[in-house]
Design a protein around this ligand. Structure first.
Ligand SMILES: [Zn+2]
Length: 237
């Protein structure tokens, strides 16, 4: 996947930039702080501002290796603008995404390397992760809730680094999922997100700087989805 500004500067939610190309209702910026979605994480919300006006971001569209930002109104924007991420929404995504890594790590450790088959964060403060867990006891999954909150309470550092995909494939557990792992960048590297002492896996999303930035969570529901899959739904306590 591309290396985004939001990976390099995760705490910078506004950026002054130039419009590189424009058409009515969409704009291509020289740089921007938005996460365009992917890996189960929803795209950022936000606004594009210029002197005397602003327009809401309506979505993102990849075309020809370029990321167009779709605007909520069919206007054409040019010149110098400020791109600003909705901080409340981003914070919620960072929390839910980091919490899913914690859940995923505990499932991986407690259920003998169980892989992820899907993940989705929602805008209502809930998220789900699907794991390949044939025959798993749902009560044992439910019992992970205190350990999830313990990892949050310990405020473990979250960091990221890049490594060649072929090296990452040699390390057991780094590629946890076929469906949510990011494709390698142009140099053949994948981004590895590490929670100190708990977990490391390939991921292209946005996460907290440390686990203590999350609210406590509850396991809302465990569902059987097919013979193999268990769906674990979490939400803020
Ligand atoms: Zn992630």
């Amino acid at each position: 996947m591309a290396r985004y500004f939001c990976h390099e500067f995760p705490e910078t939610l506004t950026a002054e930039t130039e419009v590189a190309d424009a058409r009515p209702g969409a704009v291509l910026l020289a740089r921007h702080p938005f996460y365009p979605g992917g890996g189960g994480q929803l795209p950022d919300r936000g606004v594009i501002r210029w002197q005397g006006g602003e327009v809401a971001v309506a979505g993102f569209e990849s075309a020809g290796g370029r990321l167009w930002i779709k605007l909520a109104e069919p206007i054409e924007v040019t010149g110098t603008v400020e791109a600003a991420v909705d901080p409340v929404f981003r914070q919620m995504m960072r929390e839910l995404h980091t919490d899913l890594h914690i859940v995923n790590a505990l499932v991986f450790q407690s259920f003998d390397g169980a892989l992820v088959t899907g993940a989705q964060m929602n805008d209502d403060g809930t998220a789900r992760i699907d794991c390949d867990l044939p025959g798993a006891d749902n009560d044992r999954l439910r019992a992970l809730e205190p350990a999830i909150n313990d990892a949050i309470r310990q405020d473990l550092a979250v960091s990221d680094r890049y490594m060649p995909l072929d090296e990452a494939m040699e390390v057991n557990g780094l590629l946890r999922s076929r469906s949510v792992a990011p494709p390698p960048d142009a140099d053949g590297n994948v981004r590895i997100v590490e929670i100190a002492g708990l977990d490391a896996q390939a991921c292209g999303g946005t996460h907290l700087a440390s686990t203590g930035g999350s609210r406590r969570v509850r396991i809302l529901k465990i569902e059987n989805k097919g013979r193999h899959n268990r769906r674990i739904r979490i939400g803020f306590a």
